[in-house]
Design a protein around this ligand. Structure first.
Ligand SMILES: [Fe+2]
Ligand SMILES: [Fe+2]
Length: 257
């Protein structure tokens, strides 16, 4: 079974990148992916996610959409998060927050548990992603054939620590949030596929999807600024995991278009 996981789709340029010329759909076919998981936390214009931006990601070829710290920025997405089975958000946010943190999707006739978690280092202080993963795995015992985890976090060490903690118990762990792809796709000793960050989908012409001058303003003048989306140099970044019949990863490969 082959699972393609893509980094944060950033704004309208990100949506265009995966939809134009059926880019994601063609990538899915050429990689023979059985399941496509896409992080959608920044897919709405001006950040966050809306039901419309999520639908565009599904229409482009995704099966499951994961989230992050920006998931709840737009109020119009709240009931959608509650209703849509295959849109998930970090599971370790407080229980009262809209949405759910895991789902089980079918891939080539096999049950894949997808878990979304957020890091706690340089981010909100949340429930432990380690304990939350344990709880979800226990709760779903016997109900899945493979497990994929999206750890949406700032600190590379925290993502790697989570992957090592789950090594042998989940099929793969991929990192999101930094929007910069890392070159460390690998298989851990226990058979868990791993990459620290899959990067982003959208314009790589600016800084993390935002126009260079706005980010420079923020760093140099320290005053508020509206983030204009970057334009051009569009690319899709992600990782492809191949999972065997025992739920172990046998191949982990960074993808960049
Ligand atoms: Fe993001
Ligand atoms: Fe994020």
């Amino acid at each position: 079974m082959r699972i393609l996981c893509l980094g944060d789709v950033v704004g309208e340029e990100g949506l265009r990148t995966i939809a134009a010329g059926r880019a994601l759909s063609r990538l899915r076919d050429s990689l023979m992916a059985d399941l496509v998981i896409v992080n959608g936390e920044n897919s709405a214009p001006g950040n966050g996610m809306t039901p419309d931006s999520a639908r565009e990601i599904f229409d482009a070829g995704a099966d499951v959409i994961t989230g992050g710290n920006h998931t709840w920025r737009r109020r119009e997405v709240y009931s959608y998060l509650d209703d849509e089975e295959y849109v998930i958000r970090p599971a370790n946010y407080p229980d009262a927050v809209p949405g759910h943190g895991w789902c089980i999707a079918d891939a080539a006739g096999r049950r894949v548990l997808i878990i979304n978690l957020a890091g706690c280092v340089y981010m909100e202080s949340l429930a432990s992603p380690f304990d939350t993963a344990d709880r979800i795995l226990k709760q779903n015992e016997g109900k899945y054939d493979a497990v994929i985890v999206d750890i949406h976090a700032e600190a590379t060490s925290e993502k790697m620590a989570l992957a090592r903690y789950l090594d042998g118990r989940v099929s793969a762990v991929f990192g999101t949030h930094t929007h910069v792809a890392t070159a460390d796709a690998q298989i851990l000793p226990g058979g868990t596929g791993y990459i620290t960050d899959v990067g982003m989908c959208g314009s790589h012409a600016g800084i993390l999807g935002v126009a260079t001058e706005d980010i420079l303003h923020k760093f140099r003048l320290k005053t508020p600024v509206y983030f204009t989306p970057a334009k051009g140099q569009c690319a899709i970044h992600g990782v492809l995991f191949e999972i065997d019949g025992n739920g172990k990863c046998v191949k982990a490969e960074g993808i960049g278009t």
